[in-house]
Design a protein around this ligand. Structure first.
Ligand code: NAD
Ligand code: UGA
Length: 466
């Protein structure tokens, strides 16, 4: 039986960093080395002050502080780590393609292929290669193919072990996962590789929560899990619009339907729209895969989840414009929150970016405050959209590090992220310093509407009639 003593993880991002930190914490006898091409990112992971590690995630700093230097290492020496490890996790980014065939839908697998080629070039001993990144179903066959042509005589087993953590709760999710999924070949060698990975997780995850499947089921399950979760958000968001038209309250509807154990209460929070690096890209990928098999109806069905999400973001921006006497030109709009959800510094695909884009087309002047997102990131997100030049983005958007400053003189406040601290603000002070009528657009159903109205605000919350 293969007993793993050294692990290498390629990719020190939001998944590689936290997952490997937790493995190192739970398995002191395994040396875990996380490698990345990005030198600045590795330097940040090695920063003696764990407050400066590149991923903000509650509880992560403490885990890194405990394991780093003991059996957890962050390095740019990719070849060395590959060479030494018996098991290699691939945890690199797999974004939506921005060019060529499948542009805007298919996953861009160039970094995955580079990893496979690098492993093929460097490996001198047999290895277990684990797909940790989220991948289109059947990617393992391409990795297998690349590794089969090394000429070195080394044998490789490919496993799929998708990650289900959510940002903001990554450490909780990793410490006590609902399940761990491991897919592999049904051959004796494949089963032995599966067992080696099961043994690692079994150090802290109850055995009945470790599911083993064939490799294609595992790859596909990850895409499907994200599609189902995102579908729930789009479903309740579609109902939020109907609530606004009918004076039903979306929170009450969510509570009422969620109490049915067949539906369940989680993932029923209406919002300005889901963001994050994975939901949209993984659904687009699922849609692309379905179409590539000629399954048009299947593709259309899942695509609707994205269309409702786009609609919800646009709708939120239009409400701000409509309530501002149909013009926001030259008006200051304060954004509280820029991250795609609370407790993360990640802004990828955040709804805030798209709401800002819509408002900038109407010549609004936006001021952003987010407790964890730096100014440079806000501009980089807007520049990435390519709607206007970086100078124009700087003219239209200011980023401040004080929420009261952000709201001072504003005509409207938009809540884009559900940061807990927003609830604790002195809303009377904010009101006193705003332009009147003072509007609040709560895209997260976060604030106490009655209290705000008492102060004098005009409040519009997602899924509630005015
Ligand atoms: P990320 O962009 O934060 O990190 C990826 C890292 O890989 C980057 O630091 C990049 O420099 C590095 N990299 C790319 N190619 C490399 C190479 N050839 N050699 C060395 N390093 C390389 O991405 P992420 O959010 O950690 O996501 C990684 C994968 O995990 C994606 O497939 C994603 O879909 C999946 N996933 C993400 C989450 C999440 O919450 N972010 C959750 C579950 C699954
Ligand atoms: C999601 C999944 O929850 C993870 O299981 C998965 O591993 C991950 O994607 C991934 O593959 O990357 P994440 O995107 O980090 O995790 O965060 P979520 O908590 O799922 O939130 C996604 C978006 O949906 C956020 O913008 C959030 O605000 C929004 N959301 C979530 C709602 O609007 N309403 C809800 O009820 C729940």
């Amino acid at each position: 039986m293969t007993k793993i003593s050294k692990i290498c993880c390629i990719g020190a991002g939001y998944v590689g960093g936290p997952t490997m930190s937790v493995i190192a914490k739970k398995c002191r006898d395994i040396q875990v080395t996380v490698v990345d091409l990005n030198e600045a990112r590795i330097a940040a992971w090695n920063d003696p002050d764990v407050n400066n590690i590149p991923v903000y995630e509650p509880g992560l700093g403490a885990v890194v502080a405990e394991a780093r230097g003991r059996n957890l290492f962050f390095s740019t020496e990719v070849d060395k780590a590959i060479d030494e490890a018996e098991m290699i996790f691939i945890s690199v980014n797999t974004p939506t393609k921005t060019y060529g065939a499948g542009k805007g839908q298919a996953a861009d697998l160039k970094w995955i292929e580079l990893c496979a080629r690098q492993i093929a070039r460097v490996a001198k001993t047999d290895k277990i290669v684990v797909e940790k990144s989220t991948l289109p179903v059947r990617t393992a066959s391409a990795i297998k193919d690349i590794l089969a042509h090394t000429g070195s005589g080394c044998k490789f087993q490919i496993l799929s072990n998708p990650e289900f953590l959510a940002e903001g709760t990554a450490i909780e999710d990793l410490n006590a996962p609902d399940r761990v999924l491991i897919g592999g070949d049904s051959t004796p060698e494949g089963q032995e590789a599966i067992q080696a990975l099961v043994d690692i997780y079994a150090n802290w995850v109850p055995r009945e929560r470790i599911l083993t499947t064939n490799i294609w089921s595992s790859e596909l399950s990850k895409l499907v899990a994200n599609a189902y979760l995102a579908q729930r958000v789009s479903s309740i968001n579609s109902i939020s619009e109907l609530c606004e038209a009918t004076e039903a309250d979306v929170n009450e509807v969510a509570r009422a339907i969620g109490a049915d154990s067949r539906i369940g209460s989680k993932f029923l929070k209406a919002s300005v729209g889901f963001g994050g690096s994975c939901f949209q890209k993984d659904i687009l990928n699922l849609v692309y895969i379905a179409r590539s098999y000629g399954l048009e109806e299947v593709a259309d069905y899942w695509e609707q989840v994205i269309l409702i999400n786009d609609h919800q973001k646009r709708r939120f921006a239009h409400q701000i414009i409509k309530s501002s006497y149909n013009t926001v030109s030259g008006k200051k709009i304060a954004f509280l929150g820029w991250a795609f959800k609370k407790d993360t510094n990640d802004t990828r695909e955040s709804a805030a970016i798209y709401v800002a884009d819509h408002l900038l087309f109407e010549q609004a002047k936006i001021t952003v405050y987010d407790p964890k997102v730096p100014e440079s990131q806000v501009y980089s997100d807007l520049n990435y959209l390519g709607s206007r030049t970086s100078d124009e983005n700087r003219l239209g958007v200011a980023v401040v590090d004080d929420p009261y400053e952000a709201c001072k003189g504003a005509h409207a406040i938009a809540i884009l992220t559900e940061w807990d601290e927003f609830k604790e603000y002195d809303w009377q002070r904010i009101y006193d310093n705003m332009n009147k009528p003072a509007n609040v657009f709560d895209g997260r159903n976060l604030l106490d509407v009655a209290k705000l109205k008492e102060i004098g605000f005009q409040v519009k919350a997602i899924g509630k009639a005015c």
